[in-house]
Design a protein around this ligand. Sequence first.
Ligand SMILES: Nc1ncnc2c1ncn2[C@@H]1O[C@H](COP(=O)(O)OP(=O)(O)OP(=O)(O)O)[C@@H](O)[C@H]1O
Length: 413
Amino acid sequence: MNASHGPAPDDLAAWGAAVLTAVDNREWHTAWNGVLDAATPLAAPAQRAVLQRLDEWDALEAGDEGRRQAVLRQAWQGLQGELTANVMGASALDAQDWDRDWDRDGPAADRDGSVARYVQARGLTKAYARGGFKLGPVDVRVNPGEILGLVGENGNGKTTLLRMLAADLQADAGSLDWGCDARDVHRLRSQLIYIPQRPPKWGGRLLDHLAFAARSHGVTGERLHTLVQLVIARLGLRAFRGHAWRQLSSGYKMRFELARALLCAPRVLLLDEPLANLDINAQQTLLTDLRDMARSPWQPLALLLSSQQLYEVEKIADQVLFLEQGQPRHVAERFAQMAGSAIEFESPLSGAALAAKLAGLPAHELAHSGETRIISFHVAFDASAFLRHAVEVGLPLSYFRDITRSTRRLFVR
Ligand SMILES: Nc1ncnc2c1ncn2[C@@H]1O[C@H](COP(=O)(O)OP(=O)(O)OP(=O)(O)O)[C@@H](O)[C@H]1O
C-alpha cells in the first residue's frame, strides 16, 4: 500500500469485499471493525458521517437485523466513495494534520529512515545480576501485519524480551533493528508502543485522556473530536466515555490502553499478557480486535503479545516463540524434532478405571496437569482414531483437543 497517497486499488477492493461479506453474514463486530479501521486515517467530514451511522446503530431496537444491515451498508458506501476518490488522486486525507503523518510515515519517510518498519533482534541477551536469570540469545523478526505470540511459564523472560524489543530495557549484547534510524530514541519510542501487564493508573475521564493523547500526537481541530470518537467505538468503549480509571474493569482498562496506542499510530505494538484477567468471551473479542488491528490494510502493525493462553494465542499468531528457562524455542523447529502425536482430554474417570479404558491403544504415556490429561503417542495416532476408541470402549469425555501441533505439547512434563 502506498500510504502517502492512500490505499492501493487492490487493498480497497479486498477491504470492500471483506466488509460486505461480514455485513451479509451479520458479523456485526467484524463489519464495524472494517469500517472504523478504514475511517481512521480519513478527514473529519468522512469520520463524522461514520459517527452518525454509529449513532443510528445505537438507537436501533434489538433484533432489527435488516435495519442493521442497511445502516452498515450506508456506512460502507460513504467510505467507499471517500476511499475511491482518494485512490483516483483527490486526497480524502485531512491536509491539516493526519495527512502530515501519512506523508511523513509513507514511502518518503521510509526512505529517509525515520519510521520503524518492523522489529528485529539478533543474538539478544540479558542477565540480571540479582537472582542470576539469563535470557537468550534470542533472534526474532516481526513485520507489519504479522503477529508473534510469546509463551512460556512464569519467570521465563517474556516481559524482559518485550521490554528490550520496545527499547525500554537495555540489552547486554546482540543487535536490535526497527528498520529505521534509531538514534532519535524519543521518536522511535513514539512508534513502538509497549503496554505492560499492569498499566499505570490515570486520573480524570477516559474521553479526556484519549483527547490528550491525540492532541499530543499532533491531531487538531474537528478531527481531534471525530478521531477520538472513532477509536473509542473501535475499542468498544462508547459506554465508558465518561468513566474514571477505577470504574473500569481490567478488560476495559486494557481496551483503553489500546485506544490510546491507536491514536499514536504505532508501527510496533508490544503487549504483556493482554488476556490476563479477561473472561473467555472478552479474550475472544480482544483477540479478534488485535488481529484486525495488526492486519489493517490501512495501517498494519507488527504485533507481539505474551500470554499464558496458548490455544487462544495460537489461533491468531503467525509465529509462536516459546521461552523455556530464558532460552528461545522456535515452535516450528521443535515440532520438526517431535515424533508421534498428543491429545489433551478431561474425563470423570481416573486411576485404574481410566487405564483400563486406554488399554489397547498404541504405545503411549499419560501425564496430567490438574484435571486435564495429556496422552502422548510414540507413533502418529490421529485424533479421530482416539475418539473412535473412546466411543467403542465407553470412555466418557468432557473435553478433548488434539495438541500434536500446539505449543501446549511443549509444556507437558
Ligand atoms: N529487574 C530485575 N532484577 C532481577 N531479576 C529480575 C528483574 N526483572 C525480572 N527478573 C527476573 O527475571 C526472570 C524473568 O522475568 P520476566 O518478568 O521477564 O518473566 P516472565 O516470563 O514475563 O514472567 P511472568 O509470566 O511471571 O510475567 C524472573 O526470574 C524474574 O524474577
